[in-house]
Design a binder for this molecule. Structure first.
Ligand SMILES: O=C(O)c1ccccc1N[C@@H]1O[C@H](COP(=O)(O)O)[C@@H](O)[C@H]1O
Length: 202
């Protein structure tokens, strides 16, 4: 079954919607003030109170420092999703697994993580994470069938996720902008429900 990650939660109410929809993973953006979805560790802890244990909590970060990794793993996250660079000191500090995220120009670097036991999967995303833009899926590398799973991200929404699954057969799909409201900030419960329903049917 295709896994579902709903990313960029900013409120407990959104956690309630994602729990109801029974997503597999939720993402929370940390230590990245450039993002409109950036939240503090304290806000993340409040959101986690509304998430059941079977929904894996993913800390979404860009080139995290060892100190930030330490803070993440001390505060209830299950997985770290690393965009940007994986600094050696961050990798050394990691005691929870991570998803390596690639943003088009570094897709081929996945091979570096194939033998890294702390890396449990890949996220293939558009150039600008969280932008709601798609990318040319032919740039996704051919991965070994018995290798680590990958999540397809970047501009997915209820209207295109069915085609994306049919075309790419990803192990999972990852969405943020595509389940947000059009005129106000924040997630849209109806779009979350529609997205999950389509993926579960695909
Ligand atoms: O959402 C963000 O602002 C963000 C910031 C920093 C790193 C990753 C971010 N989001 C990731 O982007 C993809 C897909 O986003 P979208 O559906 O195209 O909006 C997803 O993996 C988020 O984790």
């Amino acid at each position: 079954m295709t896994k579902i990650k709903i990313c960029g939660l900013t409120t407990p109410q959104e956690a309630g919607w994602v729990s109801k929809a029974q997503a597999d993973y939720v993402g929370m953006v940390l230590f990245f003030p450039k993002s409109k979805r950036n939240i503090t560790i304290d806000q993340a802890k409040e959101i986690m109170k509304y998430l059941p244990p079977q929904i894996r909590k993913v800390a979404v970060v860009v080139s995290p420092s060892a100190l930030q990794i330490k803070e993440i793993q001390e505060n209830g996250f299950d997985i770290v999703q690393i965009h940007g660079q994986v600094l050696p000191e961050a990798l050394e500090t990691l005691q929870i697994p991570f998803f390596r995220a690639f943003n088009v120009d570094n897709m081929q670097e996945w091979e570096r993580y194939e033998a890294e036991p702390k890396c449990i999967g890949y996220v293939f995303d558009a150039v600008k994470p969280g932008s709601g833009e798609t990318f040319d899926w032919s740039s996704i590398p051919n991965l070994p069938e018995d290798g680590k799973p990958y999540l397809l991200a970047g501009g997915l929404n209820p209207a295109n996720v069915g085609n994306a699954i049919e075309a790419m057969h990803p192990d999972g799909v990852d969405v943020s902008s595509g389940v947000e409201r059009d005129l106000e900030p924040g997630k849209d419960p109806e779009k979350i429900e529609a997205f999950v329903k389509i993926v579960r049917k695909a």
